[in-house]
Design a protein. Sequence first.
Length: 364
Amino acid sequence: MPTTLKQVAQAARCSVAVASKVLNNAKGNVVVSNETSDRVRKIAQQMGYRPNHVARSLVSRTTKTIGLFIWQEGPFSGISQDYEANMIAGIDEVTRQRGYDTMLLNASGDDPLGNCIDKCRQGRFDGLILLRTPEDEKWLNQLAKHMPHVVAINTLCEAPQTDVAIFDHHMACKLALEHLMSLGHRKIGFIGNTRPIHSGSARRDIGLEQRQLGFIKAAKVLGLQIDERWIFDTQWKQYVPKPGEDFICQEGHMAVQWFESLDNKPTAYIGGVFRSAIGAIQRCQQMGLSVPDQRSIVGIGDREWCKFITPPLTTISNSLTPIGHWAATRLIDRIEHKAHATQGVRQVFAPQLILRQSTGPCDA
């Protein structure tokens, strides 16, 4: 039989309330001296006492657990991917400091969204972080009925009670353009999405769409003339990837092939996703184009291994770990009533230019 709190209290010659205050951080007006606290902890350790979290959750109506839901968008989404891993690193740092566990929800099966709501109904966690969020306002609002504490990451959906952490996609493109223009480039291409929505490769890539819009908007603000052919997307190529294919990198290959076929060629490219920028570097090298001497390339998003390719990729960092840190902090504050939950907040995270060796002065 496991040791009970009552047995520890008897051995430590104190009340159950005192033992609970020391071992379970129970709330109340009980004041415990340091001497008593040390004695209770020592005896609990000797007796092998472990808190009964199930019983405690029944009394406190909390589980000290938060759920993580990752909407599976394609082969490059999931807990094994660096996008999720970097955000989870920020989440984990906060949950450990605040004494919470995390539960990863199963997003597989025929109805992952319904499964997520079912888990919320079961009361298995106190709050939920959506690491990748479906662009489905109806589902988000339905979710809020069963889980009052939700933080969604990178969504444009309007859900009144849901907090949102979002990367500033528009500013990311403006930073990339300003950097390339400072090097003398005026003919700048953008590598967007070539996959039709019905291709099954993923849902709409909202982040990439926003970056493309940000590219067009920033170009106007900066007085940059953009040939419509310099925006490589479904208007010029529709590509249905093979299962498991690195289609984003392939888009970079196809974009360079397209740009170099034009009579009015860009001298620099912005990859809407850093993987497409890497694909663009590879294709330039295959075609005998030197990067950065003949073509400069910037990627949106940054990962550790971007600095290990040849040449190391200049990127716009998208603050994944800070986003995870904020999401967990905001969620736990809501759970513990340290933040108002009646109206959701939208926190925008600023990008940062990471200079490496894939950009250089324009030679044209």
